[in-house]
Design a protein around this ligand. Structure first.
Ligand code: BGC
Length: 248
């Protein structure tokens, strides 16, 4: 069985697992540590080392994909909404290569989730434009056209009302911070999704992130022209997509 390792660094947790590349499924337990306070590069690297150790793959030569919650261009992180500002303009891929002593593939977290769902999940064989959004600490987005990723979209940072970034108002973190009911939160999601529906006319919305396991509580409340479905791999999509890209 062809396998690879996926690590998904998020604003709240760092998750990892071994992935069966043929089926796009988890081939190990999922391990998780909390994202270190402040999420500085060195602390995040240490946490990644911890999850790899727990998975017992430190010395392994399986391909390794790492997904990160920022714009990633040519190995550099160019933004930092929910992690330390030290990541802005930082040669993150090289930093992880040196720190882990091995080659890696380094990508945006939502893009990784989008690739997983396009190859092995809710967006498989969907023609046209699929918009995957992850609703977590922030809002991540992935654009896939006929299954091909158009990387580094940042729909969570659309200006919205008085908010510089709509994710401050509509992410899961906002629901938790403000203790919103599913109905109250769904009203915000309605505003967000109907806006991006108008802007991009997608063929399918896929909703990822940890909250996708509670999709029944809020997806039926949304009124959109476009079908909207939860990510099949739920909160494992980032791990699976990062591993899948590393295995290419
Ligand atoms: C970041 C994105 C990321 C998303 C989800 C946003 O704040 O700007 O790059 O994909 O959070 O983690």
């Amino acid at each position: 069985m062809a396998k690879a390792i996926g690590v998904d660094i998020g604003g709240t947790g760092i998750k990892a697992g071994i992935v069966d590349l043929e089926h796009g499924t988890m081939a190990s337990e999922r391990v998780r540590v909390p994202t270190p306070e402040g999420a500085s590069p060195q602390d995040v690297l240490n946490a990644v080392q911890t999850v790899l150790k727990t998975l017992d793959v430190e010395g392994s030569d399986l391909p390794l994909g790492v997904a990160f919650p920022a714009i990633v261009k040519r190995g550099k992180t160019l933004s930092a909404a929910n992690v330390s500002k030290e990541w802005i303009g930082f040669d993150a891929e090289q930093f992880f290569r040196t720190g882990l002593g091995r080659s890696i593939v380094f990508v945006n977290d939502a893009d990784a989730a989008g690739v997983a769902e396009a190859r092995h999940g809710a967006a498989r064989d969907v023609a046209g434009l699929v918009l995957l959004t992850t609703l977590g600490t922030g809002i991540g987005s992935a654009f896939l056209y006929d299954g091909v990723l158009i990387p580094n979209s940042e729909l969570g940072h659309l200006n919205f009302r008085e908010f510089e970034s709509v994710e401050r108002w509509a992410a899961t973190s906002a629901r938790e911070r403000e203790d919103l009911s599913w109905e109250a939160w769904a009203e915000r999601l309605q505003a967000f999704y109907s806006h991006i529906e108008f802007l991009f006319s997608p063929d399918l919305f896929v909703v990822g992130g940890g909250v996708s396991k509670n999709a029944d509580h809020f997806l039926p409340l949304l009124d959109l022209q476009t079908p909207i479905v939860p990510a099949i791999h739920r909160n494992n999509s980032g791990i699976i997509g990062a591993a899948s890209l590393a295995g290419d």
